[in-house]
Design a binder for this molecule. Structure first.
Ligand code: DGJ
Length: 318
């Protein structure tokens, strides 16, 4: 098998790995990304132990292409059952709450994926170390893949896959440490899944020109599929019909969305799609597929580029 080679530092080449300042493969799987004071912070699944928990790796970058490792923001801990060796912890997503605390939300699992809980950890700086708080099934619902979103008014949201009912958008408490209520739930197209309700997974949300865009993939394990998005004028919906974000049949250029990052610059606001091309036999080397996304007038579209860079000051893509 040929491993995806790594791109030169400072350049994004979809399908090729990122390396950190030491030349190690950046563990940006299932990544969450935020920008604080001009610095991009990323938290990814460290797949050193394959599918089981290897820690949440933290990186910083000026341009989403040059990555500096800060080690583990949240480490394996045999004294905490949710973080113990052999457990599964996925999709670390961080929000800074209005009081300035960094709140990490996680998909906390058992090895057989039957636990389906969301976990919380907190820190006083982006790179941590984070202190683990607890996990739960939000309002009693299954919760596997998650995403997060904080609105301009400081309201935080958890996006969570619950195949019994659909993809939920939950409003969080003002400190983001608890789930308060479901504001909307959406299902995949009727007929796609003959047995029972279903929904989207790997959810993420952005707001562009006052419109909310919710992205997700179909539930096909580590295999990729045509990811879709819907729009609404409020996180409460109603959500539009879902549409493909990339050419149908391309399986989203063989990737699964993890997060879409708005990059607000002096000249323009760009949107960066960060997706995973999972390799179930070698998760450690699963390649990032990161691409510019055009977002305008209710449409979101991935644009293929072999190689690209982001100007973090102007927001322009070259
Ligand atoms: C799809 C999810 O999106 C991934 O995060 C991971 O949980 C795999 N399923 C496991 O099969």
């Amino acid at each position: 098998m040929t491993l995806p080679s790594h791109a030169p530092r400072g350049v994004i080449e979809p399908g090729r790995l990122f390396v950190d300042q030491h030349g190690a493969v950046a563990q940006l799987h299932g990544v969450g990304i935020q920008r604080y004071d001009g610095v991009f912070w990323a938290w990814g699944e460290d797949k050193t132990h394959g599918g089981t928990f290897g820690g949440v790796a933290c990186y910083s970058s000026p341009d989403l292409a040059t990555w500096t490792s800060h080690g583990h923001a949240l480490a394996v801990d045999e004294t905490i059952p949710d973080l113990a060796p052999g457990r599964v912890v996925e999709r670390p997503k961080v929000l800074r709450n209005p009081a300035g605390t960094y709140v990490m939300l996680l998909h906390v699992e058992s090895a057989d994926y039957s636990l389906a809980r969301v976990g919380w950890a907190v820190a006083d700086r982006p790179q941590g170390p984070y202190t683990y708080v607890r996990s739960e099934r939000p309002l009693g619902n299954l919760s596997r893949d998650i995403g997060v979103f904080d609105d301009d008014d400081g309201t935080g949201y958890l996006l969570s896959e619950d195949r019994d009912h659909g993809l939920h958008v939950y409003r969080l408490s003002p400190d983001y440490l608890a789930v308060e209520e479901i504001v909307s739930t959406t299902l995949t197209r009727p007929g796609d899944h003959p047995v029972g309700p279903h929904g989207y997974e790997s959810p993420t949300m952005i707001k562009a020109d006052g419109l909310y865009y919710l992205f997700g993939s179909d539930l096909t394990g580590w295999s990729t599929n045509d990811n879709q998005y819907a729009t609404a004028t409020s996180p409460s919906g109603p959500w539009s019909q879902w549409r493909d974000v990339a050419p149908p049949g391309s399986a989203t250029y063989d990737s699964q969305v993890s997060v879409v990052v708005p990059v607000r610059g002096s000249e323009t606001t760009s949107y960066v799609y960060a997706g995973d091309r999972w390799d179930s036999r070698d998760l450690y080397h699963s390649a990032p597929v990161w691409l510019p996304m055009q977002v305008q007038d209710g449409r979101a579209e991935l644009v293929w580029r072999d190689r690209w860079t982001l100007d973090p000051v102007t927001g322009e893509i070259a």
